[in-house]
Design a protein around this ligand. Structure first.
Ligand code: PGA
Length: 248
């Protein structure tokens, strides 16, 4: 049985005040049998790590450099994330792939760095609206997944949470139907299972893209959907907690 996982990706929102308020509300809440992770902007990581210390809530970076260290102005390394108390980092979020032109290879190198620093990687994959309309969904997500399998090996998925995030559903209010999401999740799981049956069965594959308190339960009830990566709806602690409850 895979334990459900819910992550809150704050993106570039909030303030120090919001960071302590939000974290406090989530730490104080009764959260069921679900793993919860928060991904605040870098400057608030220490704040959120301190406010959640000793709780079940894990904290992660929204990105990590593909490089170990060096002259890379503006970048943050996986080792630094670890140093301030993070336990996870996102890699390959579609906003990074789209606005920062991150290639599949770069994303795979980031995952390698994240894992090398003993953090859990949350690998995001997903197709654009154009790619879906062209019938290329399976090809695109398989290619994005393959790049990481090739670079890190299939057993690395023992420390990876895979997030299926169709780009057309992110921040648009247009959620993939439970059936549409389940179809892609099953495909991703079959790829993992072809490499290693145990990994196929144990890897958490979570859905992201306009998950709200009103649609979370139905999505999370699908056999291959093991939770969610939440953007907009994680900025209100009540909504985020309702989504966690739907997973718990
Ligand atoms: P959304 O974002 O919930 O606002 O659609 C999800 C994500 O980008 O992880």
């Amino acid at each position: 049985m895979r334990r459900k996982w819910v992550g809150g990706n704050w993106k570039m929102h909030g303030s120090r005040q919001m960071a302590s308020r939000m974290t406090g509300a989530i730490v104080d809440a009764e959260i069921g049998d679900v793993e919860v992770a928060l991904f605040p902007p870098f400057p608030y990581l220490r704040e959120v790590c301190a406010a959640s210390a000793g709780s079940k809530i894990a904290v992660g970076g929204q990105d990590a450099s593909e490089h170990e260290s060096g002259a890379y102005t503006g970048e943050v390394s996986a080792a630094m994330l670890k140093d301030v108390g993070c336990r996870l980092a996102l890699a390959g979020h579609s906003e990074r792939r789209q606005y920062h032109h991150e290639s599949d290879d770069e994303v795979a190198a980031k995952v390698a760095q994240i894992l090398a620093n003993d953090l859990t990687a949350v690998l995001c994959v997903g197709e654009t609206l154009r790619e879906r309309e062209d019938g290329r969904t399976a090809e695109v997500v398989s290619r994005q997944l393959r790049a990481v399998i090739d670079r890190c090996g299939i057993t690395a998925f023992g420390r990876i949470v895979l997030a299926y995030e169709p780009v057309w559903a992110i921040g648009t209010g247009r959620t993939a139907s439970p059936g549409q999401a389940q179809e892609v999740h099953a495909l991703l799981r079959s790829h993992l299972g072809a490499g290693d049956a145990r990994i196929g069965g144990s890897t958490r594959i979570v859905y992201g893209g306009s998950v709200k308190p009103g649609n979370a339960a139905e999505l999370f009830a699908q056999p291959d959907i093991d939770g969610g990566l939440i953007g907009g709806a994680c900025l209100e602690s009540a909504d985020f907690l309702a989504i966690c409850a739907a997973a718990g």
